[in-house]
Design a binder for this molecule. Structure first.
Ligand SMILES: C[S@@+](CC[C@H](N)C(=O)[O-])C[C@H]1O[C@@H](n2cnc3c(N)ncnc32)[C@H](O)[C@@H]1O
Length: 353
């Protein structure tokens, strides 16, 4: 039993069942390998590729060897950095869909209102510095800037960064939007009071990449800082597939079968069926949060079961029914037996003070 388990683990980082996608696995492994090579060579790596190489004690006295090792470490670091470029499918998906509109129509509205409600309940009052990682076109960043927070946004999709920059400029908001990846944030250690990670965790199919993104959140947060982490339920496609009739399509059924078996969502065909993702079970999400050293304060279902009901549009358009629906979503948010029925979850976590 022990031998079989060992055989599934990554040869280099030793943490990850790597069977899901061989290309991505190789990338993840090369990064782990780079870290090890640099450790052996006497370097530590942190932050961006050019900033993070430091000579180990004693190497200053041996300049030639130091230079050789530095060149080696630089090469390996570049390979690792390249391996950490965002997944093409994900970037292509967001370049051709309208993410900016998603949270203002259909059940996206429920997701937005509930996400804002949970964030408001836990966030310290302004002014505070917030990093919105995977912030997309800036819906939450814009809201927080209007509330008086200082917000920086990072996203790997060029059109998202442009859209967020345009919004900040047009509305004279002091926000900044930059290209970047959750696994390697170009931010100083302990430089933010709060981090939003609403997207990257489900778009990183490899567990070690998700842990890396969580460690980055921990690194840039001040002691006692707070983070809001989004995940998608393992059962989201099942519910959506029947609610919207996608299950009539054999291609969707193939995607759904894999979603349910290992959480790995792959869609080469249809925009409606989303893009490369990992869909969590609650216990998997909680284990990753713990492994990254966070204290879990809340794991909440964002929409509850209401996002996929047929009567959602009429209920949402009726102010009293909308209030009722939001009340029940709030009351049931931490009920473990209902978590799987909510499309999104929000974990509220803290770094030790
Ligand atoms: C569903 S959108 C959510 C956008 C926004 N956070 C929101 O909740 O409205 C997911 C976002 O995650 C971003 N993303 C995907 N992979 C990422 C990664 N490795 N690092 C940072 N962001 C990533 C995507 O570009 C996209 O903007």
């Amino acid at each position: 039993m022990q031998t079989r388990r060992m055989a599934l683990l990554c040869r280099h980082c030793g943490t990850e069942p790597m069977a899901a996608n061989r290309n991505i696995s190789r990338s993840a492994c090369s990064r782990a390998l780079a870290t090890r090579v640099m450790k052996v060579a006497g370097f530590s790596r942190r932050g961006n590729p050019s900033a993070g190489l430091r000579p180990a004690l004693g190497l200053r006295e041996r300049p030639r060897r130091y230079l050789q090792l530095r060149v080696l470490a630089d090469i390996v670091d570049r390979i690792a950095w390249k391996a950490m470029q965002p997944i093409d499918d994900v970037v292509e998906h967001y370049e051709r869909t309208r993410e900016a509109d998603r949270l203002f129509s259909g059940p996206g509205q429920l997701e937005r209102v509930r996400t804002q409600e949970i964030i408001t309940r836990h966030l310290l009052p302004p002014p505070a510095q917030i990093l919105d990682v995977g912030g997309g076109p800036g819906v939450y960043a814009r809201w927080l800037l209007h509330e008086g927070y200082e917000v920086d946004l990072v996203d790997p999709v060029g059109s998202h960064v442009e859209a967020a920059t345009r919004t900040f400029r047009e509305e004279r908001l002091p926000g900044r939007a930059l290209r970047g990846d959750a696994r390697r944030l170009d931010a100083e250690i302990a430089s933010y009071d709060a981090v939003l990670l609403l997207g990257p965790l489900y778009h990183l199919p490899e567990r070690c990449d998700r842990i890396q993104a969580l460690l980055e959140v921990g690194r840039v947060l001040r002691p006692g800082g707070i983070a809001f982490l989004a995940a998608i339920s393992r059962f989201a496609s099942l519910l959506d597939g029947f609610a919207r009739g996608f299950v009539r399509d054999p291609e969707f059924l193939r995607i759904l079968t894999r979603d349910l078996s290992d959480g790995q969502h792959r869609n080469a065909a249809n925009t409606d069926y989303f893009t490369t993702s990992f869909f969590h079970k609650p216990e998997e999400f909680e284990a990753e949060i713990r492994e990254a050293g966070f204290e879990l304060q809340l794991l909440a279902g964002v929409e509850g079961p209401f996002w996929c009901i047929n009567s959602f549009p009429e209920l949402w358009d009726d102010a009293s029914m909308r209030g009722l629906l939001l009340d029940f979503a709030r009351q049931a948010e931490s009920e473990p037996s209902l978590l799987g029925a909510s499309a999104h979850w929000l974990a509220v976590v803290r770094t030790p003070a």
